[in-house]
Design a protein around this ligand. Structure first.
Ligand code: NAD
Length: 344
């Protein structure tokens, strides 16, 4: 059995002749592993991840453009696989991974990994759900401001050589009601920031963190319909689950206030695209901002029509795309891998 005690606190030294690692903590020498741990980083990850892993004694190979076939052919050589979104860890990959002990995903969801196959093969899966909380929350704040002040449209108009001051009459966030659906990490971070803008917060969640709710002066509502009918802006932060799939359908949109705004930076499948399009066309919604889509990249006629609507702000799933989030993710995944080896 491989053990890596107190990793990150001391120093790992290798004896390549014997093929073992020694871990030194406060002058004591411990056998850290039965052979040198090999890590394959298969997607582009911030340099802090390989640096931390190497400092902890892992042998790290970076192959950012590895193909699925090359991955299947070489994965047998590795103890740890690190991926982001590009590399899909399918059942085939897991079955070829004869020595794999751990898969680390720099990201929030695990939808690109066949977790069942990995667990059945005794492979631990770790990820970094905290990395993008601030990045997504700030994107949502930008979307809110962009929607109520029509910033993208005003910019496009200026670029066309126009000066349409009257057309870009907007509204203010201050004094408005924000409905937060899903009061987890990101929902709470959005609520905290919105509070600073003078908004009132309504929350709908299956489990509500009461301390966090009182920090933002929020009010919990027992039913989604109530939140929808009382909010000026609705922002969605639930995970994709069977219960949340197409949670935003015709019935949900018809419960929303006339002239309200809708924001989705969670997962595309939480929204019925055709229903959202109908709600925008009927004027029920004054606008929507979307970072995620049922198909990514969007490919259906409804998705294309939605993106082209003048009152829709669309971004290509950039919620976690900040230098800070990627750097945090790289550090966290390395730490999670090192810590997880302690319990292997
Ligand atoms: P989280 O797990 O911290 O919070 C999710 C919350 O949703 C929890 O409080 C949970 O109780 C609640 N919830 C679950 N089922 C619900 C239901 N049926 N009704 C109401 N509430 C329900 O997750 P998070 O880190 O805040 O992430 C939220 C979403 O954002 C996820 O879908 C995640 O995939 C997505 N995300 C998107 C990006 C991006 O790039 N746009 C980046 C990170 C995360």
């Amino acid at each position: 059995m491989c053990r890596l005690d107190h990793a990150g606190v001391g120093t790992i030294q290798s004896d390549t002749m014997l093929g073992i690692n020694y871990f030194t903590t406060h002058g004591n020498l411990e056998v850290a592993g039965c052979h040198e741990m090999r890590v394959l980083i298969a997607d582009e990850v911030d340099a802090e991840c390989p640096a931390k892993l190497r400092a902890a004694g892992f042998e790290v190979h970076e192959k950012f453009d590895i193909t699925p076939q090359e991955l299947r052919e070489t994965i047998g050589l590795y103890d740890v696989l690190v991926v982001r979104s590009r590399t899909k860890v399918t059942r085939d990959v897991v079955e070829s991974a004869k020595n794999l002990k751990m898969i680390g995903r720099v990201g929030v969801g695990l939808d690109t990994i066949d977790v069942k196959a990995a667990e059945a093969a005794g492979i631990k899966v770790v990820n970094t759900p905290e990395m993008s909380t601030v990045a997504v929350a700030e994107l949502v704040m930008g979307m809110m401001l962009g929607l109520v002040r029509k910033i993208p449209q005003a910019d496009a108009s200026m670029k066309n050589g126009l000066w349409e001051k009257k057309r870009f009459h907007g509204s203010e966030l201050s004094g408005k009601v924000l409905g937060v659906v899903g009061f987890g990490r990101i929902g709470r971070a959005v609520a905290e920031r919105s509070r600073a803008f003078g908004m009132s917060i309504l929350v709908y969640d299956v489990v509500v963190d009461e301390a966090a709710l009182s920090r933002v002066g929020g009010v919990r509502v027992p039913a989604l319909e109530e939140l929808l009918s009382r909010s000026d802006i609705v922002t969605v932060h639930v995970p994709l689950l069977p219960e949340t799939k197409r949670m935003f359908n015709d019935a949900a949109f018809s419960s929303m206030k006339h002239g309200s705004f809708f924001i989705n930076a969670s997962r595309g499948e939480v929204v019925d695209t055709a229903a959202l399009l109908r709600a925008l066309k009927s004027g029920r919604l004054a606008g929507a901002a979307l970072d995620v889509f049922e198909h990514e990249p969007p490919s259906t006629p409804e998705e294309r029509e939605l993106i082209l609507m003048p009152n829709v702000i669309a971004t290509p799933h950039i919620g976690a795309q900040t230098g800070e989030a990627q750097s945090l993710g790289a550090v966290l995944i390395a730490e999670n891998i090192i810590n997880a080896f302690k319990t292997l």
